[in-house]
Structure formats: structure tokens, C-alpha cells
Design a protein around this ligand. Sequence first.
Ligand code: NDP
Length: 329
Amino acid sequence: MFKAIYLSKDDDHFHAELRELDDATLEANTAGADVTIDIDYSTINYKDGLALTNKSPVVRKWPMVPGIDCAGTIAATSSPRWAVGDRVVMNGWGIGESAWGGLAQRGRYRGDWLVRVPAPLSTRDTMAIGTAGYTAMLACMAIRDAGVVEGDVLVTGASGGVGSFAIAILARRGYRVFASTGKLEEAAYLKQLGAAEVLDRAELSAAGKPLQKERWAAVVDSVGSHTLANACAQTRYGGAVAACGLAQGMDLPVTVAPFILRGVRLLGIDSVMCPVDRRTAAWTHLAEELDRAHLDAITHEIPLAGAIEAGRQILSGTIRGRLVVDVNR
Ligand code: NDP
């Protein structure tokens, strides 16, 4: 038997609970999986908050074990790519949405979804980084691949998971980072991560002009809506804007002006279906570049029993940094 967060829905009645499951139930609900993992850690992401509260239709199969990421050790495998004892990290591919996820002590996944935990990271480190840090790295890779290797970079949703890691990665890579936040009281934390300046997000969150003063060589945005539109309108000639998220909204009230008059590139970032080679590259960069002191500053740890309440908190936008879930505590 093992513990898991278990989401169910009957006659439109939604229920979230911590319960004990057996291996036969896990196997019956994970058809196509060929690797069983003893999970050490999972995390709480914004999308997990949506699933844990049933606030938006993230879960597409019932019952569901939520959790869009996890890390642990392989307990059994029929995949030729893996051996018992290998330490692996799992992000996306629809786990916690259409396949059973990581907020549990045991999970079963497809071997071609997994990435080896890169040295010197531990399984806990990979979940301190989690989908947020991995997504931030995909965004930073996209900006560098677009040829923007220096200059002023705006990070929106700065105190959130994606934003916090984007600041740390970009500062370490030598960019001058401007952190936009609704939590100005977190300015010291954002500067500790590497932000040169902290902006009030109110400067970006209302409707603005289609073209504004050129400020940013690049942008990492986890907010969407007017914030992303203003960020595009303020990006310099030839700059790059990486769109990661929708914390303010899914809309994008932008004109074509920044793209056709300034050659601004809008780069879509998707962590869920990202090909294995690129996700392996992202995890390798994270292992090489991240300062471990930043991991401690960004992360708070909670037990599995605290996951449901944490899901409510992350939607309220009050959580700073990342929540790591020790599923065995
Ligand atoms: P968090 O909740 O940790 O961070 C989001 C941050 O956005 C908040 O901390 C807050 O930062 C800011 N924010 C919240 N509400 C608003 C608002 N109404 N208007 C403006 N800013 C707001 O989430 P994550 O960092 O984990 O994820 C960020 C976004 O990225 C989410 O939308 C998520 O769904 C998406 N995402 C996308 C992925 C992909 O594959 N593309 C992968 C992972 C996440 P502050 O107070 O500092 O302004």
C-alpha cells in the first residue's frame, strides 16, 4: 500500500483526499506505463492548484492522482532504457491531467517520458527546481537561441516559481534583470536571486499603447494578458519575448506593431510535450548553472498531507517561490 492524493468526481461532486492505494489499483489506472517509481518528492505548481481545487478543467480523466512532476528511484521496469535503482525526474506529458501524476509515494510512467537526474543534483533538488525551474530554463534557452545574449531582460510574475528561477538563471548568464512583481515587499528576495531592479507589476498590467519606449532586449513572461502585450510593446528592435504562462489571463491584447515594425520575436514555451532531447538539455543546464543557495531561498517543503491546502494557496497568488512536497513525510 502507498499514500496518494486522490481526486474523484461523481455526479458533478468533486472530492480531494489523501488516501491509501494498492499496486493493483495503480497498475489498473496506468495502462501503457512500463516503469514503476518509488517517489521521493513532488511539487505544487499553479496547474496543480487548478486540479486540486477543480477550479478549471485541468483533469481530463477520473479518478486522478494529481501532480504534474515528481522525482524518485525506479523500483521496477520493463523499459530497455532504464534499470532498477536509476534516479529519474518526470515533468509534464499530461501526468496529473490525463495520466496519474506525482503527488503519491508510488507512480507508473512511460520510460520515454523520464529524464535521468543529472549530477550533482539530488531527487529533492530536481523537485526544488520542478516544472517551474525547468520551464524557466526552456525560456532562457529560447532567448539565447534567438541570439539575445546580453542586455536588460524583464521577468514578470517575478516572485512565482517560473519567475524566481528565470531571475536566477538570467542574472547568472550576465543579463541585467528587471523583476516585475505585485509583492514589492519581496524586493530583497528578488535582488538576492539576482534582480538588478524591481518594478511594480501595476506598471504593466493595464491596457497600454501598441508601441512604447524600447526597454527590453528580452522578456520572460509568466503572466500573459495586458502584461505580455505591454512587454511586447516595450521590447527593443530585434528582441525576443518568451511567453510561458497566464497568471493574469489567457488573452493577449497586442497589435502586430512590435512584430512588424521592430522585428520582435514572440517565442512560445511549452514544457509539457517538449521533446526529450531539449528537456534533457534543460536539466543539464540547470545542474551546471544553478546556485544551490538559490534553491534553498526559493523552496519551502511541505508534507503530502499539506498538498490540498497548498493547492488553494497557490491560486491565491500568495506563495513566494516553490513548494516541494516530501511525499514520505
Ligand atoms: P506561481 O503561482 O508560482 O507564480 C505566478 C506569479 O504570477 C505570482 O507569484 C505572481 O507574481 C504573478 N501573478 C499572479 N496573479 C497575477 C495577476 N492577476 N496579474 C499579474 N501577475 C500575477 O506560478 P508558476 O510560476 O508555477 O507558473 C506561472 C505561470 O506559468 C502559470 O500561468 C503557469 O500555468 C504557467 N506555466 C506554464 C508552463 C509551460 O509549459 N508553458 C509550465 C509551468 C507553468 P508577483 O506577485 O511577483 O507579480
